[in-house]
Ligand binder design. Structure first.
Ligand code: SF4
Length: 486
């Protein structure tokens, strides 16, 4: 019998993982696990997996809640607004600036991203209602931080359960102060994951930020080259390294959502010529709305790794005239010299190394290209909170047969890793120490493990160095992966 192919190995691993389950759980989980290949029909989900379904209660999922999706992802990085977590302190503390959304400004004066605001609910607030406390907190905020450009109220679970009317409080306070106060009903129990929180947050922007459009945009003198970056949260400076490229190719970036964003820039976005969408999952709703309401087209792009960055720059340039296209070729030529040097240094050290990913948003597919550029082989990937359209977009990104796992639980991911024996696991914060303690090189791919940026050509140089440090660190010679011990 010949050697097992990678695909056969993956299908065997999948069958063995499922075999450990009782019949009902096996039936449920088999719909969320599969093996995808680049030859698969791209109109179907990669690996045939189903997604965006409720996690079985009691299972150790890596998902977050709707509040996390709204407060932590979409609203939190808008730097000149204050985002108050309305409810008990626990959820609020967890959401405090952990995503490393970089911003320019003076913290506590005109920028507030890394600060933590909470109404700090107690038992009596649950019994008697929290509207008064919220009202008082909003007054305190305005007194202590007069340069804030608005407040968003991010509801935690109890607010929806006790039926407080944050909409009425917001309306009253807006009238009283003349500053925008935005109610966001993103209670954690809504939906099946943080994904609904993104959607609710997008809807609140539509309803409360865009009505300010005419006022904020009246002084903006448009150019034919105005664009907005949508769905880049400036983690470790990602949006900055992206913006540099867009500006070098002759475009004017009017707003970046929502990393290092201001309320005013966001309100002016309906005046741009093209919306550039990086994280499709969290911001496709508002991009579609702007297309329908203001006629602004949107385009997805991928700034991870030089191959995809080259491709994306050319795709964006094709929307504009020949002058932009010519400048874009100059930009690509300029950076090619730099990234060729990066590849020459790191590719020989990383060539053929196997990677398994499990992340959220766009990364399970978008970062595949940067690993493949370094000669590394992505053999497993999956999303925490994707929908079918994300899995459909994944087929075109995979370079070989790949295990696909949707909302993978702790048991499954550990079992897949043990069976497939990757050289690197690149995943979220919660899984990091499980694998490091197993003796496996690991990179945290939510907030870049205190590093970054990873977007654009500058970011790729840092990404390559980080992957080399993770895999080739001498520390691994002092510990062994479980399969090496056998
Ligand atoms: S699910 Fe509810 S209680 Fe838990 S973190 Fe989210 S908002 Fe807070």
């Amino acid at each position: 019998m010949g050697l097992e192919t990678l695909e056969e190995q993956q299908r065997r691993a999948l069958a063995e993982v499922l075999d450990a389950y009782p019949e009902k759980a096996k039936k449920n989980r088999s719909k969320h696990l599969g093996v995808g290949t680049p030859e698969d029909d791209a109109s179907k989900t990669c690996g045939g997996v189903r997604s965006n379904k409720k996690t079985v209660p009691g299972v150790m999922s890596q998902r977050g809640c709707a509040y996390a999706g709204s407060r932590g992802v979409v609203w939190g990085p808008i730097k000149d607004m204050i985002h108050i977590s309305h409810g008990p302190i626990g959820c609020g503390q967890y959401s405090r600036g952990g995503r490393r959304n970089y911003y320019i400004g003076t913290t506590g004066i005109d920028a507030f991203t890394t600060m933590n605001f909470s109404t700090d609910f107690q038992e009596k607030d649950i019994v008697f209602g929290g509207d008064k406390k919220l009202n008082k907190s909003l007054d305190e905020i305005n007194e202590l931080f007069p340069l804030n450009n608005g407040i968003s109220i991010q509801s935690e679970c109890p607010i929806g359960l006790i039926g407080d009317d944050i909409g009425a409080v917001s309306k009253e306070k807006t009238k009283e102060t003349g500053k925008v106060v935005i109610p966001v009903n993103c209670e954690g129990f809504r939906g099946v994951s943080q994904s609904l929180g993104h959607h609710i947050a997008n809807d609140a922007i539509r309803d409360y930020v865009f009505p300010q459009f005419s006022a904020e945009a009246k002084d903006l003198v448009s150019t034919p080259y105005d664009v907005a970056i949508i769905g880049d949260y400036n983690i470790g400076g990602d949006a900055w390294s992206s913006r540099i490229l867009l500006e070098e190719m002759g475009l004017r970036v009017v707003a970046q959502w929502s990393g290092d964003a201001t309320f005013k820039e966001m309100a002016m976005t309906p005046k741009v010529k093209l919306n550039l969408l990086h994280c499709y999952r969290s911001m496709n709703y508002i991009s579609r709305h702007m297309e329908k309401e203001y006629g602004i087209p949107w385009m997805e792009y991928n700034f991870f790794g030089p191959s995809r960055t080259d491709e994306s720059l050319r795709k964006i340039a094709a929307f504009f005239d020949e002058s932009i296209q010519a400048k874009t070729e100059e930009v690509i030529a300029k950076y090619k010299k730099m990234y060729d040097e990066v590849l020459a240094k790191y590719r020989p050290r990383l060539e053929g190394k196997k990677v398994m990913l499990f992340v959220g948003g766009l990364r399970p597919r978008h970062v595949i290209g940067s690993y493949e550029d370094l000669g590394m082989h992505v053999i497993g990937t999956g999303y925490e909170f994707a929908h079918d359209d994300d899995y459909k977009r994944t087929t075109e990104e995979i370079a070989r047969s790949t295990i696909i796992y949707d909302d993978v639980n702790e048991y499954e991911l550990e079992a897949f890793v043990k069976k497939m024996q990757p050289d690197l696991v690149a995943s979220g914060i919660k899984e990091k120490y499980v694998f490091q303690k197993m003796g496996l090189p690991y990179r945290q791919m939510h907030s870049w493990d205190y590093s970054g940026p990873y977007h654009g050509y500058d970011g790729f140089a840092i990404f390559a160095k980080d992957m080399d440090l993770a895999i080739n660190s001498p520390v691994w010679s002092h510990s062994k992966a479980p399969w090496d011990n056998n």
